[in-house]
Design a protein around this ligand. Sequence first.
Ligand code: ATP
Ligand code: ZN
Ligand code: MG
Length: 302
Amino acid sequence: MDMQTSFLDRLFESGLLIDTGVDGLYGRSGQFEDVITAFERLIDTFGGADGAEAMRFPPGMNRALFEKSGYMKSFPQLAGTVHSFCGSDLDHMSLLQCMEVGDDWTKDQKATDIVLTPAACYPLYPTVAKRGNLPAKGGLFDLQSYCFRHEPSKDPARQQLFRMREYVCMGTEQHVTDFRQTWMDRGVEMMKHLGLDVTIDVANDPFFGRAGKMMVNNQRDQNLKFELLIPITSTANPTACMSFNYHQDSFGLKWGLNLEDGSVAHTACVGFGLERIALALFHHHGLDVKQWPASVRKTLWG
Ligand code: ATP
Ligand code: ZN
Ligand code: MG
């Protein structure tokens, strides 16, 4: 049995995560949720004074906007679509028959207008673009959503449905890169208060296929993505618990995000993997929250 399986098993045994029979799809106990709620409060204390506009979207997004985002070009392997039965009485009969004999009943399901949200910030860009030009001081948004990625794994830190808290900044290059640096510093400080060892490193997204290799190189060469890493299931390969992304003007151009003077907005987003941070805390300080160091408990619960 490898390390990953054993941490996952201990999480199941303690009840913190609830097995559903699907790798990466878990229920969470009240205690687990308490940690996430407390951590989100900590995020608020660090970011609250910045005056971000809060928005909450459901974990599904407009399929047409998802198509426009280009997600299927970059990450087709991770996407999840919502399909439904749209047939007649007769189709229903054959559907039930199909299920009865154990055939594939899903093949006649039709795509709906909804796809599963791959990252909390995806529904934001078209929403803001629709409002017209951003004010000269730019825009700052506070998001949280369950996100779906088709990456089943026995690593409890790699789930298929997980929550991402994000801040998204839109403005000039200087403005959004300053924003990103501010949150890198804050992220390190927050984790220090939580007694977690972190490193920050340049990173890349898992762009698909041969064409994706070029995008990986470009992203790394230009330092477009950084991650804050914390050891969870491996010390050799610590887990990304936060990421800091600078999109240059690519989203601004794609969605038509402009500043007051008509220039194309640059954008950056900072994401917290909420389950991963909770798991890092449980891994580092133990599965019993009452046994956590007093300083950590004070940071989270006052
Ligand atoms: P990784 O390299 O581990 O796959 P990522 O680069 O895909 O992570 P992002 O796309 O930057 O991650 O997502 C923002 C944050 O969401 C990450 O920093 C991480 O904390 C969290 N996250 C990403 N994928 C998962 C997942 N499958 N399960 C749980 N949390 C995740
Ligand atoms: Zn984002
Ligand atoms: Mg990933």
